[in-house]
Write a protein that binds this ligand. Structure first.
Ligand SMILES: [Zn+2]
Length: 281
């Protein structure tokens, strides 16, 4: 009786949390033409065996050049979103992370909870043209515009609550002497399972958030005068997800995927045909 109520409460809260965390913008369905084009481009990009690396001087010049063109466009998209969904900072610092020794770009918050975007030096040296940097900056800004950090935290919380409720249920069963249930329930088990639930909750939407950021990046990149399809080819590159010391690189959190390139092609074609970014509500 009590167990059923507990489970239901957890499931309802978790469902509410997760369903509140869908995407804010329409991610287009992919036509056969875009899928075929993406597969070809993806294969071509993967077949390149020798990559160029940019010198650190050239990378720094590129960074200044591209950020100065792309950031104002990304800010304008951010301000449009803020007008609809509530105030948020839109003038984010775009920084070079000189410490992390792996190719990475990310959107996160600092110790004072202020959001920013950063590129590591190896990332800037692996980027081969301005379109790639423009697209990746648009993508990271897209995570900010579509509130993915906040949504990820809400999902983590919902997942933790659900797992906590399930753990409590199983522990309550155990305390009632059900012989088929694990009987070692304790607060450590509760904590472990809630952490697991948080991780599962956070992962649940990560793929749709990546695609949503790619859609935003396509519009931002185009409006800034760069080519999003050329830029998104960066995602086709194979690279180790982790460094030897276990740090997750850009490819660990953004797995290479022809579907992402297809989404960019589809969105760029729609934009060329006059279709603007579609906000769901
Ligand atoms: Zn991303």
């Amino acid at each position: 009786m009590k167990i059923g109520r507990l489970f239901k409460a957890g499931a309802v809260i978790a469902t509410m949390g997760l369903s509140a965390c869908g995407t804010s913008y329409t991610v287009p369905s992919i036509s056969a033409g875009s899928e075929a084009a993406a597969k070809t481009m993806f294969a071509q990009e993967r077949a390149v065996t020798k990559r160029r690396t940019t010198s650190s001087n050239a990378a720094a010049a590129r960074f200044d050049r591209v950020v100065s063109r792309v950031k104002p466009v990304a800010m304008a998209f951010c301000q449009q979103e803020a007008a609809k969904s509530g105030a948020k900072p839109c003038d984010l610092p775009v920084l070079v992370d000189t410490k992390m020794p792996v190719a990475n770009a990310y959107h996160t918050r600092d110790g004072q909870n202020r959001p920013f975007v950063a590129f590591t030096v190896p990332m800037l040296m692996q980027i081969e043209n301005d379109d790639e940097l423009a697209f990746i900056l648009g993508h990271e800004y897209g995570h900010h515009i579509a509130d993915h950090l906040k949504k990820g935290e809400q999902q983590a919380l919902a997942g933790a609550i659900l797992m906590g409720a399930l753990t409590a249920t199983s522990q309550a069963y155990a305390s009632q002497g059900n012989p088929y249930r694990y009987t070692g329930g304790d607060s450590a088990e509760m904590q472990r399972n809630m952490a697991l639930g948080a991780a599962v909750g956070q992962k649940a939407y990560s793929q749709s958030y990546e695609l949503e950021s790619d859609v935003l990046a396509t519009y931002i990149t185009k409006q800034a005068g760069y080519d999003p399809v050329k830029g998104a080819k960066f995602f086709a590159r194979p690279a180790a997800a982790k460094t030897s010391n276990g740090n997750l690189s850009f490819w660990g959190t953004h797995p290479p995927d022809a579907k992402r390139l297809a989404t960019v092609i589809e969105t760029a074609n729609a934009a060329d045909a006059g279709q603007g970014l579609i906000r769901k509500k």
